[in-house]
Design a protein around this ligand. Structure first.
Ligand code: I3S
Length: 128
């Protein structure tokens, strides 16, 4: 299946293992809970599954379902300010529905690619 191949020339279709925590849901503040999560960007959708199966547990497979689906239409993605986290390379995603997520990787190059991809996705679907 072609979807299993990472296509770096198509930044709006991307997947990989990232550290993720929700910090707000429907406008309500949540306690942080950083988890390693298999993350897929697919058009206007950002999907997460728990990363325990590593690269093999992509939810194109039978049993793995996304645990979080984030609608990027009307969302924003920006580098998080220092007060949001002590970690390096943190992206803050805010949805129109009032959910805020932090996405992080220690890998500089990787997180920069994600940043670019998320920015592209957000601007492509801003007015939907
Ligand atoms: O923003 P906070 O509350 O300082 O976030 C840290 C906490 O969530 C902490 O967990 P507990 O306070 O529940 O034990 C986490 O272990 C840290 O990773 C959180 O901070 P960073 O700066 O890593 O996002």
């Amino acid at each position: 299946h072609s979807a299993y191949l990472q296509d770096n020339d198509k930044p709006s279709e991307r997947f990989g293992l990232l550290n993720v925590t929700k910090i707000t849901e429907n406008g309500k503040k949540l306690r942080k809970n950083w988890t390693s999560s298999w993350t897929v960007l697919q058009g206007s959708q950002l999907l997460f599954t728990k990363g325990q199966g590593g690269a093999t547990s992509w939810f194109g497979g039978a049993q793995s379902k996304p645990e979080i689906t984030v609608d990027l239409r009307g969302a924003s993605a920006e580098w998080a300010s220092k007060d949001k986290s002590s970690k390096k390379h943190v992206i803050e995603v805010k949805t129109r529905q009032g959910t805020e997520l932090l996405i992080q990787s220690d890998n500089d190059g990787l997180i920069n690619e994600w940043y670019r991809a998320l920015q592209d996705a957000v601007s492509a679907h801003a007015w939907e």
